[in-house]
Design a protein. Structure first.
Length: 113
């Protein structure tokens, strides 16, 4: 049986989250620090036929919030841009009308038509 559109969107988000975790684990090993899941408090919520929401109100805020700006050597950047762009690119493959919309500064949704 084929996955619903909402479940395919959730799978895209989950894949990006796993890529973040893998990169963080590799960095932790490389510099010799104990790995702590940077997305431990992120939750993907599916409301079939309506939306898929990613809640990132804790540590995941730095990875997914459009309001999480960081300063590194005098340059301001937002880490979420690269991850959200990849999610957006992949959900467009499911349905070109899908897009990410911020619910607030700690969650976003992909609305399913």
């Amino acid at each position: 049986m084929a996955l619903s559109k909402a479940k395919r969107v959730a799978k895209v988000i989950h894949k990006i989250m796993e890529q973040i975790r893998a990169a963080d684990l590799a960095t932790s090993k490389e510099i010799g620090v104990k790995y702590t899941d940077p997305l431990a408090d992120c939750k993907i919520r599916i409301k079939e036929g309506e939306r898929v929401t990613l809640q990132f109100d804790g540590a995941g805020y730095d990875y997914f919030s459009s309001e999480a700006w960081h300063n590194f050597e005098g340059r301001w950047f937002n880490v979420s841009e690269q991850y959200r762009a990849k999610i957006e690119e992949d959900i467009k493959k499911i349905d070109s009308s899908l897009y990410i919309e911020d619910d607030n500064n700690w969650s976003f949704s992909v609305w399913i038509k």
